[in-house]
Design a binder for this molecule. Structure first.
Ligand code: FOL
Length: 198
């Protein structure tokens, strides 16, 4: 496998979840997540049958509303130590989803000929393993500035390993314009950021 990115929304205290769900609903952040994880880089779009892969733990899989599962136009790789875990897939979506028993097996399930970018999309157990991986090249972090009650956390981002990229670098990576600076949704303030491995 080549490199991969993490994508996450987290508070300043790096809180990411509460009771196995997202602690907030920020529509423009969810739209950003959908665009970034679905978008195949322009340089690779000539090839047909190419899409991105998203890797997630079993708890994150269950947190996605059933109507959005599997995440469409993406190859879904779900990690569970239970080899008999039932993904409850409709027949039409069987080929777009697989179950594997470890993060390493998830990376082995990625086919460079069919999968352009690879994203680890959570949750805490997956992020903890993935952030330490040599092939983890980017972290797309939506920083939620408001204090929110959380019971699940993203690992600390070591500033000797990752540097905060510029807004231009973020737009270049996602190949789309991104809202710059602090955004507001109802009472919540948030900002789109990118970290790149040094
Ligand atoms: N990264 C960011 N920036 N924000 C997030 O909310 C986020 N969430 C997860 C991972 N990385 C993230 C994990 N949780 C869906 C639901 C939960 C989830 C990830 C995705 C989901 O249903 N996504 C649909 C769009 C749903 C909608 O439009 O409301 C998708 O197609 O991506």
């Amino acid at each position: 496998m080549t490199q991969f990115a993490l994508i996450v929304a987290a508070t300043e205290e790096l809180g990411i979840g509460l009771l196995s769900n997202l602690p907030w609903r920020i529509p423009k952040d969810m739209a950003f997540f959908k665009h970034v994880t679905s978008h195949v880089p322009k340089a690779l779009q000539q090839q047909s049958n190419v899409q991105n892969a998203v890797i997630m733990g079993r708890v994150t899989w269950e947190s996605i509303p059933p109507k959005f599962r599997p995440l469409d136009k993406r190859y879904n790789i779900v990690v569970s130590r239970n080899p008999t875990y039932d993904l409850l897939l409709a027949d039409a979506t069987q080929q777009s989803t697989i179950l594997v028993d470890s993060l390493e097996s998830a990376f082995k399930a990625v086919d460079p000929a069919r999968h352009a970018r690879v994203f680890v999309i959570g949750g805490a157990q997956m992020y903890n393993l993935a952030i330490q991986h040599a092939k983890c090249s980017h972290i797309l972090l939506t920083r939620v500035k408001s204090k929110m009650d959380c019971d699940t956390f993203f690992p600390a981002i070591d500033d000797k390993t990752f540097r905060l990229a510029s807004h231009q670098e973020l737009e270049d990576y996602v190949e789309q314009q991104v809202l710059e600076g602090v955004q507001k949704h109802k009472e919540l303030e948030y900002e789109f950021t990118l970290y790149i491995k040094q």
